[in-house]
Write a protein that binds this ligand. Structure first.
Ligand code: 9MG
Length: 275
């Protein structure tokens, strides 16, 4: 997918229980309207999700996830020109979302959640984001441990990248994501951001999702709905250290912060080279 670098992915949670915005866009009309706002604010990609993966969340049935996301993607795909991503771990949801107009699959399980997912993505020609997660959303924050978090995450992403390519996904379609907040302590998250260049050095475009997450609250003392300043700092740092795309709730503010950072430069490009 030919997106400007760094690109901004806007979050559209069609769920009753996602952190920060859970319930706000659960009704299809509200979800489509918010997707149009994200597009008008300059999102380069809109990530539609029907299953919360917040720490402690419970899985959602296939039928319910389909019911939540497919009508929204169908409607949004005709309403905006912005490409649409489907945030799912289920192959059947990805298949239906791609048929409805999505062109990007954001799989936080990195093809480990459903044995059919790789074939669905490979057969569609969609882009694919492979994210690192230790454990499962329900329990992942219980006691996450690593030898060296950056090396462990890098090894995992390299292995998943090789797997996806082996299953027929084109290398130029694959994005990698360290999974900020997915089975990580505050120190793990900070170390991943600090050394993001090591993940960018794998050679694939890197996605970072730090927006409004718990680690920002831990550093600032702010509740979920009041973490914009910390989220902007994280987005700028991620892009300076090699992220090709940031996944955010606040698209307009993020674009402004990145415009200022790019004006100042030098920043690291997604492949780790400075300009
Ligand atoms: C769905 N989702 C929630 N947080 C995420 C993150 O950090 N990255 C990606 N790719 N998806 C996320």
């Amino acid at each position: 997918m030919n997106l400007p670098r760094p690109a901004v992915m806007g979050v559209l949670n069609v769920t009753p229980d996602s952190f920060s915005d859970g319930g706000s866009f659960f009704e299809p009309v509200a979800a489509v309207a918010h997707g149009q706002v994200l597009a008008s604010e300059g999102a380069n990609l809109i990530d539609v999700g029907g299953e919360s993966t917040r720490p402690g969340s419970e899985p959602v049935s296939l039928e319910e996830e389909l019911r939540r996301v497919v009508p929204v993607i169908e409607e949004l795909a005709t309403a905006v020109e912005t490409p649409i991503s489907i945030d799912t771990r289920k192959a059947a949801v990805a298949r239906a979302a791609l048929a409805a107009g999505a062109t990007f699959v954001n799989d936080v399980s990195a093809l480990r959640g459903d044995p059919d997912m790789a074939a669905v993505v490979a057969g569609s020609g969609a882009d694919l984001c492979l994210m690192h997660m230790q454990g499962e959303p329900g329990t992942m924050q219980d006691d996450p441990r690593y030898d060296d978090v950056v090396s462990d995450v890098t090894d995992f992403l390299e292995e998943r990248l090789a797997f996806a390519i082996g299953e027929g996904v084109a290398p130029e379609k694959i994005w990698l994501d360290p999974g900020i907040g997915f089975g990580k302590t505050l120190d793990h998250n900070l170390e991943l951001l600090r050394r993001l260049g090591e993940i960018a050095a794998i050679g694939q475009p890197v996605v970072v999702g730090a927006s409004r997450k718990r680690f920002i609250g831990a550093l600032t003392g702010r509740p979920e709905g009041d973490r914009l300043a910390g989220s902007l700092a994280a987005a700028v740092i991620a892009c300076e250290r090699g992220a090709a795309m940031v996944r955010v709730h606040d698209v307009a503010a993020t674009r402004e912060a990145l415009a200022v950072a790019a004006g100042v430069g030098p920043v690291l490009l997604w492949d780790g080279k400075s300009r």
